[in-house]
Design a protein around this ligand. Structure first.
Ligand SMILES: Cc1cc2nc3c(=O)[nH]c(=O)nc-3n(C[C@H](O)[C@H](O)[C@H](O)COP(=O)(O)OP(=O)(O)OC[C@H]3O[C@@H](n4cnc5c(N)ncnc54)[C@H](O)[C@@H]3O)c2cc1C
Length: 604
């Protein structure tokens, strides 16, 4: 069998090597338009920042090494320009010579990835993108001042004026505050540039909810990145960018020797369309659970292809060649798994790619942000019921040196108790918790089941009650009705309905910062420390109206809520305590005016 693979990086090369491991008989041809195969695109921002010093470290394989070990016919600088699905052929242009040839196939695997989106604005042709090694070379040349003509080998964008030597860049504008955008911003700071991060949405890192993402925004700002949310680039001059709000009102001009556009990617469906294959409702080559396109013997994998949506609401419109809703998730783990799966399918060994949840992690100046599944915004947009849980545990035992707090958020289906999504932001231990939660989700565990997970513990690594167990305790208390919670953004409504807000922390903690209670004398909560609550409640907390208790993170609040409930009060615990309320209200202020974001230690 002859298998032709278009695109030789994550998904394509995973498919090629797996095919060879399974079959010595298959003829495997990989056609790659770029200079390199199997390079580490996820490492590109770190090479730009000098964190990865050796460029060769990005180049994981070469055509020669792949031929030697796997007997794969890898041809770089060979672009596939056409597909004749009836004849089972592809047209290939050798980019070195310009010659065209025709290659036959028995099975065709499309893994062309995705193309970076560059926002439309005058002057934007000088913006760089970051997708491959040639792109990062252009960025490094701009930083070092060694760039003259940045035209890529594959006819990629010219990045500087041909023939004109550019001075080293001192300032940069990064357009887009997603995972790649924040990584690029951080790495440009490492190289000493004055960086402005421009994001059209009212927060960075869209997969996170605002009260979580604000910590990342503050971290960027604490390291000197000027974060401009609700803002776009309206025009690029030779060394500056004019900014405006979404409605076009001017928002100033910032220095921009270097501009990197990182607003996202669009699945590359060009060849699939030429082959006559169907495209999904949101773009992406439509594939079934075995990565087959709608055209016989043509498969699609990786960023270019749709994914089965593990978290689609029941009854959502089908989006695949047959059965179920699809989504787009341009991430490397999925691309690699797609590649392996398609090889198994082609050789008749396996069927049924597991649906995808979108598990992702990013580091920003030592702060980790990670997420899996749906966020609250998306659940609201889908009109789905959910329960939100916020906690602020330390990554390991508090008494062991180096303990730092993280913020975790869990979203739960109140009917089934299944986990719909999770998010985490913190200095240490976040990736581990999100991976455990992703595993629990994949295994169909309920939120309450998390309470019973048996997890590894020693003081340096976790707590006897791990943060994941704690999420399970809270979820179980909410499921059984043992506690009721109120979210940070619901507090004002409860207060307007006459609720009394009681801060059960110590007077010292109360004085250092407390929730604002609109419409109440003094504008703050009543402060009755937990240890005095039993004695003071009857005299100081009015009965007959709801009571909201809060502490720093929600844990003492839970004990207070249990006590007051047993004393006959109608009690809600402020979910995530003061810290979540503080982060949520900061995020709201930042969304309305990005200049107002307070700096300081976001993990405090
Ligand atoms: C800067 C950056 C950082 C990233 N960081 C992370 C991360 O930390 N974690 C994570 O999970 N994901 C990350 N990703 C995403 C991850 O790299 C992608 O999800 C993954 O590479 C997709 O694999 P793919 O094989 O589908 O596409 P790609 O790896 O993009 O490979 C597609 C290849 O196809 C070639 N091609 C396209 N058209 C043709 C044609 N007509 N003929 C021949 N060849 C063609 C292209 O030249 C390209 O080399 C990052 C991506 C970038 C760009």
């Amino acid at each position: 069998m002859k298998i032709v693979i278009v695109g030789g990086v994550a998904a394509g090369m995973s498919a090629a090597t797996r095919l060879r491991r399974l079959s010595e008989d298959a003829r495997i041809v990989v056609l790659e338009a770029g200079e390199h195969v199997s390079f580490a695109n996820c490492g590109l921002p770190y090479y730009a920042g000098g964190v990865i010093e050796d460029r060769d470290a990005l180049l994981l394989q070469t055509p020669a090494s792949l031929a030697a070990r796997f007997r794969i016919d890898v041809r770089v600088r060979h672009r596939v320009t056409g597909v004749d699905a009836d004849a089972h052929t592809v047209t290939v242009r050798d980019l070195a010579t310009g010659e065209e040839s025709v290659e036959t196939y028995d099975r065709l695997v499309l893994s062309p990835g995705a193309r970076p989106i560059v926002p439309p604005a005058p002057g934007m042709e000088r913006a760089l993108v970051l997708r491959d090694v040639a792109d990062v070379d252009r960025i490094v040349a701009a930083i070092d001042g060694t760039g003259t003509d940045g035209t890529g080998s594959d006819g990629a964008r010219a990045t500087t004026t041909p023939g004109r030597v550019q001075p080293p860049a001192r300032s940069a504008v990064v357009i887009g505050g997603g995972f790649v955008g924040v990584e690029v911003a951080e790495n440009l700071v490492h190289r000493g540039l004055d960086v402005t991060l421009v994001e059209l949405a009212d927060q960075v890192l869209a997969p996170l909810d605002p009260e979580m993402a604000i910590r990342v925004q503050q971290e960027l700002e604490a390291h000197g990145v000027h974060v401009r949310t609700s803002t776009q680039v309206s025009m690029l001059g030779p060394d500056a960018a004019e900014l405006s709000s979404a409605d076009g009102s001017p928002r100033g001009t910032v220095p921009a020797d270097l501009v990197v556009a990182a607003i996202g990617v669009r699945p590359d469906v060009e060849l699939a369309v030429l082959a006559g294959a169907q495209v999904g409702p949101r773009g992406g080559i439509l594939v079934d659970q075995d990565l087959r396109t709608s055209v016989p013997d043509v498969y699609a994998v990786g960023d270019a292809a749709t994914k089965r949506d593990a978290l689609a609401p029941t009854g959502s419109a089908p989006g695949t060649a047959g059965d179920e809703p699809t989504t787009l998730i341009p991430l490397a783990n999925l691309a690699n798994r797609h590649g392996r799966h398609v090889a198994d399918v082609i050789l008749g060994r396996r069927s049924g790619m597991r649906p995808s949840m979108g598990t992702a992690v990013v580091g920003v100046f030592g702060l980790t942000a990670a997420s899996v599944g749906r966020n609250e915004k998306r659940l609201q947009a889908e009109g789905r019921p959910y329960r939100a849980i916020h906690t602020h545990p330390a990554q390991h035992a508090g008494y062991y040196p180096g303990a730092t707090q993280m913020a975790l958020k869990l979203l739960v289906d109140p009917e089934t108790d299944l986990i719909l999504g999770a998010q985490g932001v913190g200095r240490d231990g976040v990736d581990k918790r999100i991976d455990v939660l992703a595993t629990a989700m994949a295994g169909g565990l309920t939120a309450s089941d998390l309470a019973d997970l048996e997890l590894a513990y020693a003081p340096a690594y976790g707590s006897a009650k791990d943060p994941v167990n704690m999420l399970g305790y809270v979820a179980d208390n909410l499921r059984t009705g043992e506690t009721r919670s109120v979210q940070w953004h619901e507090l004002d409504t409860l207060v307007a309905q006459g609720a009394t807000v009681v801060d059960v922390r110590t007077p010292g903690e109360h004085a250092r910062g407390t929730v604002e209670v609109v419409g109440v004398a003094g504008g703050t909560a009543l402060n009755v420390p937990l240890d005095e609550l039993r004695d003071r409640a009857a005299a100081e907390i009015p009965s007959g109206a709801p009571v909201v208790v809060h502490c720093q993170v929600g844990q003492r609040g839970h004990t207070a809520a249990r006590l007051l409930t047993q004393l006959g009060y109608d009690v809600h615990n402020l979910d995530g305590g003061y810290l979540t309320w503080r982060d949520g209200t900061r995020a709201l202020r930042a969304a309305h005016d990005d200049e107002l974001v307070p700096s300081g230690d976001p993990a405090a």
